[in-house]
Design a protein around this ligand. Sequence first.
Ligand code: C2E
Ligand code: CA
Ligand code: CA
Length: 709
Amino acid sequence: MNERAEAERHDELARLRAELEHLRLLANTVPVAIAYYEAEGRTCRMANRRYAEMFGFDEQNIIGRTLEEIIGPEAAANIEPYRHRVIEQRTAAAYEREVRGADGITRIVEVRLLPHVQPDGESVGAFVLISDITHHRRAEAALRESEERLAKFMHASEEGIVFHKGGYITDVNPPLLNLLGYTMPEMLGRLTLEFIAPEAQQKVADVIAAAPETRYDSVALHKDGTRIPVEFIVRTMQHQGQTQRLTIVRDIRDRLAAEQRIQHLAHHDALTGLPNRAAFVERLERRMAEARASGESLALMFIDLDHFKRINDSLGHAVGDALLRTVAARITEALRMGDMVARFGGDEFLVLLAPRAGSSVVAEVAARLLAAVAEPMPASGVTISVTPSIGVALFPQDGATSSELIQHADQAMYRAKSGGRARMRFFEPGMAEATLAGLALESRLALAVRQDEFVLHFQPQVALARAGRGGATVLGVEALVRWAHPQRGLVQPDEFVPLAETRRLILPIGTWVLQQAIAAAVRWRAAGLGCGGEHERALPVAVNLSAVQFQTAGFVDMVAETLRAAGAEGSMLELEVPERALAAEPADVHDALARLRGMGVRITVDDFGTGTTPLARVKSLPLDRLKVDRGFVAGLPHDAGSVAIARAIVQMGHGLELQVVAEGVETPAQRDAVQAMGCDAMQGFLVARPMPEPELVDWLRRHAGSPPR
Ligand code: C2E
Ligand code: CA
Ligand code: CA
């Protein structure tokens, strides 16, 4: 029996042990540190592993130790009020404190003290439950910090920020209030859509509904109704403990202005501010489509400045740029509403005239442009004048596409140049081939200079005043250059002289002409062909000069040397200077002319009336003769304008004691007209065409002493 009792007790003990083991397991598994302290002596009676280890003990050696021993005297003193309350008042207490654990890590813990009260009401001890709330507290602190950061950010941001929930505004920052002109109370609680321009509201509503994280451009409304282009950057965020939508509102008026500037730069020429080629072509095509639909016609002008390169090279790019700006302004000014102008590149401009009646209107505009551009302009101390050459192509007849139209206007411009510059030409079918031929010539011209492919023709000039009284008094002979092109035959100077001028090839050509002309005059003298009634004086030869030649340093010396080398006198030479060449530096021109005249060389102003030389300037120069441009003679005797101009030139020339020569006289009526006006001499097909030297010699022999036809 004893044995049995012994066995039962053993079993009972085993069961208790197992139960205890379970409790211990449980105590060690829960994420809480647990201990039990006796009220008497404050000694630890039980602790789970977590508790023991927290203070550097294990479950066994912690038993029987006092509170002071376990948590340290300082901490024990700190929690004394709680302990006291639990034991004396038998109520639970809870507090938070920081525990620096045996592992050296400081944790934030929440401590709960529960009184152990006997049925008789005596409190015999206290349970201690400690949970680690470090993580929790840190998260809270982080949240608090982030809220603070957000608040700071909202206030520091220069951009507007608005929080909203379900489209209702919950928070805004001062910059947004500034941007929209509202106060905080005026915005809070209102719908975001109330601050959006009507046409932008749908998009905003869609974004609010779909709640994506996105960015888009919109238009906000200022309190005063001003529309403000903005960019919205939308994010979902935690704010004030709730999931909210944060929208950054960025004022993009500056950005849009910058974009517009970039647009402008991309479409405009930086120098003149005019639209550039690309922008022009775009608009041209739009206008062409409109005109096609309405049946209206358009006129496209291609404007190129004459000799611009020379100005640019000699006076510098700054002057060239200033000139281009002035020209751009003048062209713009001369046009009307609806006309378009662009800088095509370099010294080229394009003008599209708004649909208007007839080519006479186009000619009128061209005349206005020619005059406006040619107006002298001051540039770094000097006054310069630049003429434009204008080519016109009409839509629809001259081209179906923008490029064709521009190309044809360009070709017409090219012809205006070769026609003597400073004029307008309409496009004509066939110009294309001529222009291509011109281009081919250009590359061939340099070779022609080296291969000496030029020949001179000569055209006589006769006196008019005495023409009625018997013999045709031959006064001189004009040398006119031709290019004996191996394939194309004789090429007229109008086709290659302007080209040669742009390439400065005119210098060697001009020198050659001068030498050959003087050599011919020397031959005629030797052959006894003179001028004047008795052929007592040597027949002078007139040589045409280009402005480039005339303005080249050493030109006068070259002439003197050529005369000397040929054994000719100065009186055997006449130089024809185009009126336009007189526009150069007054002092230089005057000096050169005076030296030439000093050698006995005669100076004639050629093509007089086509330039814009002021009368005072003509007066001041040492000259002998004026040649009325053949364009005016062509209009005689019926065109009133030509009559008036020709008469004025004659009177003016005589007033300056200059001889006046009429060139291009083709008909007896023209001869009579120029004679009646008082011209001193004439030249033209009526008298003789330009001819090779042997024919000229025949002609001189035959006509000396016989009356002109
Ligand atoms: P320009 O100096 O005005 O020369 C007169 C032009 O009128 C010549 O044309 C001549 O053939 C032409 N002509 C003469 N009589 C008549 C007429 O009754 N009716 C018409 N319709 N025309 C007439 P060309 O030979 O074709 O020369 C054209 C221009 O080329 C000249 O105009 C001149 O500016 C230039 N040129 C000719 N030779 C030279 C030269 O050696 N050097 C330079 N720099 N230029 C030259
Ligand atoms: Ca001439
Ligand atoms: Ca002439």
